[in-house]
Design a protein around this ligand. Structure first.
Ligand code: UT7
Length: 329
C-alpha cells in the first residue's frame, strides 16, 4: 500500500496595513534607500502601528482567509501548529490563542520556535499527523511581529524585518501529492551569531536590565549570510539527490526571504532560473516564520496541480533545511 501523504489544500495570508519604507528608515538611522535596496533587495515592510495587536491577530486573519477560501468550518480543524519567535505571551502558546480567535473549539495546538526555519519545521511536523492517520485537517501558521523585537536605532538589523502571517491547510492526499521528503538540520553552536539574548531563563527581565539592547534581535550579519547560503544550498542539494530530482523538473524554489542576495546566491549555486524562484522580500522584508507561507500566498494563482516545489529556510539556532512538495491543486 502506498504511503498516505499530506497535501497543502489551501493558503491564507495577512500583513498589517502600516508600511515602513526605506525612506522612513533613512529618517530614523544613518542609512539610505540605495544601501538597503542594493544590499538586501528590500523596499518596504509592513508593520503593526497600533497597540494591542499581536502575532495571534495576524495569524487568525491568515487562517480566517484560508477557511473562507476553502469554505471550511473552524470546528473541522483537528490541530493547529504555530511557528513564531514573537508569541503573544511567553505562556500560553499562540496556537491556542489563534484557535480561540477563529472558533476552532475542537482542535488542539502548540507553538514551534525554530526562528526563520519555524514554518518548515512546523509543516514537516504537521505532516506526520496526517501521514500517521491521526488527523485529517491540520493548519500550520507562521506568524511574527518582528517590529516588537527590532531595535529601531540599530541600522544593521532594523532595515531587515517586517510583520506578517501566512497559513496552510494540510489534508490527506490519495494521489500521493503533498509533502514528499524533508532534510532538516540544526547546529546550536550558531546561537551566539543570531539571537535575542534576554527575556528567557538565561537573562530574565529585572530592574537593572529593563532597557537593555539584549531584549532585541542581534545578528552577526556576515557570518549568518555565509552560513545561510551554504546551509540552504546544501540542504536542497541533499534533498534533490535523495529524491533523484533534476533542476529541470522543479517548478518552483520557495526560499526564506532574508536577503535578495542570499536568494540570488542559491539560484546561482543551483544554476536555477530566477523566474522560478519565489521572491517577495521587496515588499515584506524578512517576516521570519511567515516568509514561506507568504510566498505561497502571493504565488498561489501561478501554481498548478503536480508542480514540484522545493522549500528552503535558514535561521537562528542555527536551524535550516529543505522540503520537497508536490502541489495538489
Ligand atoms: O533570517 C535569518 C537569517 N538572516 C540572514 O540571513 C541575514 C544575513 N545577513 C545579511 O543579510 C547581511 O549581512 C546584512 C544585510 C545584514 C548586512 O549586509 P553586508 O553586506 O553583510 O554588510 P556589512 O555588515 O558587511 O556592512 C558593510 C558596511 C559597514 O560599514 P563599514 O564598516 O564598511 O564602514 C556597515 O556599518 O555597511 C554598513 N552598514 C550600513 N550602511 C548603511 C550596515 N548596515 C547599514 C545600513 N545602511 N542599514
Amino acid at each position: 500500500m502506498s504511503r498516505k501523504t499530506a497535501a497543502i489544500t489551501a493558503v491564507g495570508g495577512y500583513v498589517p496595513e502600516g508600511i515602513l519604507t526605506n525612506e522612513d528608515l533613512a529618517k530614523m538611522v544613518d542609512t539610505s534607500d540605495e544601501w538597503i535596496t542594493s544590499r538586501t533587495g528590500i523596499k518596504e515592510r509592513h508593520i503593526i502601528k497600533e497597540k494591542g495587536i499581536a502575532a495571534s491577530d495576524l495569524g487568525a486573519e491568515a487562517v480566517k482567509e484560508l477557511l473562507h477560501k476553502k469554505g471550511l468550518d473552524p470546528m473541522e480543524i483537528d490541530l493547529l501548529i504555530c511557528a513564531t519567535i514573537s508569541p503573544d505571551m511567553r505562556v500560553p502558546d499562540t496556537a491556542n490563542t489563534i484557535l480561540d480567535k477563529i472558533g476552532g473549539k475542537k482542535a488542539w495546538g502548540f507553538d514551534i520556535n525554530a526562528a526563520c526555519s519555524g514554518f518548515l519545521f512546523a509543516m514537516t511536523t504537521a505532516a506526520q499527523f496526517i501521514e500517521s492517520g491521526m488527523h485529517k485537517k491540520v493548519i500550520v501558521v507562521g506568524a511574527d511581529v518582528m517590529s516588537t523585537v527590532v531595535d529601531y536605532t540599530d541600522r544593521t538589523t532594523c532595515i531587515l524585518f517586517g510583520d506578517g502571517a501566512g497559513a496552510i491547510l494540510l489534508e490527506p492526499s490519495e494521489e500521493g501529492l503533498g509533502l514528499q521528503d524533508s532534510v532538516l538540520k540544526g547546529d546550536g553552536s550558531g546561537r551566539n551569531l543570531l539571537n535575542i539574548k534576554a527575556g528567557g531563563s538565561l537573562i530574565p527581565y529585572n530592574r537593572e536590565n529593563y532597557d537593555s539592547k539584549d531584549f532585541f534581535i542581534y545578528q552577526d550579519g556576515k557570518s549568518v549570510f555565509k552560513a545561510a547560503v551554504t546551509g540552504m544550498s546544501g540542504a536542497i542539494t541533499e534533498l534533490m539527490q535523495r529524491n533523484h530530482l533534476t533542476k529541470d523538473e522543479i517548478s518552483w524554489i520557495v526560499p526564506h526571504q532574508a536577503n535578495k542576495r542570499i536568494i540570488n546566491s542559491i539560484g546561482e549555486f543551483l544554476d536555477f532560473p530566477m523566474e522560478r524562484v519565489m521572491t517577495n522580500i521587496y515588499k515584506y522584508g524578512n517576516t521570519t516564520a511567515a516568509t514561506l507561507p507568504l510566498c505561497l500566498w502571493d504565488y498561489e494563482k501561478q501554481l498548478k496541480k503536480g508542480d514540484k516545489l522545493l522549500f528552503t529556510a535558514f535561521g537562528g539556532g542555527f536551524t535550516w533545511g529543505a522540503s520537497y512538495l508536490k502541489w495538489a491543486y
